[in-house]
Design a protein around this ligand. Structure first.
Ligand SMILES: [Zn+2]
Length: 302
């Protein structure tokens, strides 16, 4: 759906909408380019790409409720070979994240990437939200299936008391490149009737996977129409551009190195000569040569 090269500015975005007289709140996102960027940064296998991409998308959808410089972190820690998935998303549409074991390969299950098998069925989904308060908001639930969308639905119901329907998908080509990624959360607002709930469940029965719809060239608004049908008074309230954005920088890492103290830095200088620091979230490597270490040792004072 895009001819943009991997390093082009991302065209991904999330829309917010309501439908059925405010009974349904919808968040729908196309995250294809940022998930491809994550794949390239972390050299993820197809299954790791799918697991990370679903979680990056989930983070951005949940972050639609944040304001200002608030952020949230999703940690999915299962007993499968993937280890853990850690994603941080912010109110401004930035997201970053990684998986602990990016090179996991598992056989397909029923023709699909076995994300549940890679994550594991026993484990926990944690969400912590930094809302600028003294303590972050923290919620966690046991994993339902490790497929991530189901786990997120369960988290929203059990921890935030929001009944919802969630779909998350990542489609990769045989070379492992991301063809489409995205998802939606449809939340039932207080006052949604039983008949709305069963109507919505009925709509979803034969719905195409969200990644297939994106690969067909449907936009988030098209997908919402596909899910809810034409006559549901859908109102798009707004949209937000989203992208893979890390918060690391050479300056931050210099501050970190200086904080180790003069003695520790002098040890590193002597034993290693130079130092390389890798950011977990974006896989960027920052190298500090011996001469730069000398300078940091100067700056670190006593
Ligand atoms: Zn980084």
């Amino acid at each position: 759906m895009s001819d943009l090269g991997p390093t082009e500015i991302t065209g991904d975005y999330v829309i917010r909408a309501t439908a059925l007289d405010g009974q349904i709140r919808a968040l729908v996102g196309d995250t294809t380019e940022l998930v491809e960027e994550a794949r390239q940064r972390h050299h993820t296998s197809p299954i790791a790409t799918a697991a990370l991409g679903r979680t990056l998308t989930a983070g951005l959808l949940l972050a639609q409720d944040l304001k200002g410089d608030n952020s949230l972190t999703i940690r999915i820690i299962g007993d499968g070979p993937l280890g853990g998935i850690i994603v941080t998303a912010d109110a401004a549409g930035g997201v970053r994240g990684y998986v602990q074991e990016p090179e996991v390969y598992l056989p397909l299950r029923e023709g699909k990437l076995d994300v549940g098998g890679a994550v594991g069925k026993n484990g926990t989904l944690h969400v912590s939200k930094d809302l600028g308060l003294k303590e972050p908001y923290v919620g966690s639930v046991p994993l339902v299936s490790g497929e991530i969308a189901e786990d997120l639905t369960y988290y929203l119901a059990a921890s935030e008391q929001i009944p919802s329907v969630t779909a998350l998908g990542v489609l990769v080509n045989p070379e492992g490149r991301v063809i489409a990624a995205g998802g939606f959360i449809l939340q039932l607002m207080p006052g949604a009737t039983e008949s709305t709930i069963s109507w919505l469940e009925g709509r979803l029965v034969n719905l195409e996977p969200v990644s297939t719809m994106l690969a067909r060239g449907l936009s988030p608004a098209d997908i919402l129409r596909e899910v809810l049908g034409e006559s549901t008074e859908t109102k798009i309230l707004g949209s937000q551009a989203v992208s893979f954005r890390c918060q690391c920088s050479r300056e931050k890492l210099m501050t970190l190195l200086v904080s180790l103290g003069r003695e520790e830095l002098a040890n590193i200088r002597q034993e290693e000569g130079q130092v390389e620091v890798r950011c977990h979230f974006c896989n960027e490597v920052y190298s500090f040569a011996g001469s730069q270490l000398e300078q940091l040792i100067e700056e670190s004072g006593d």
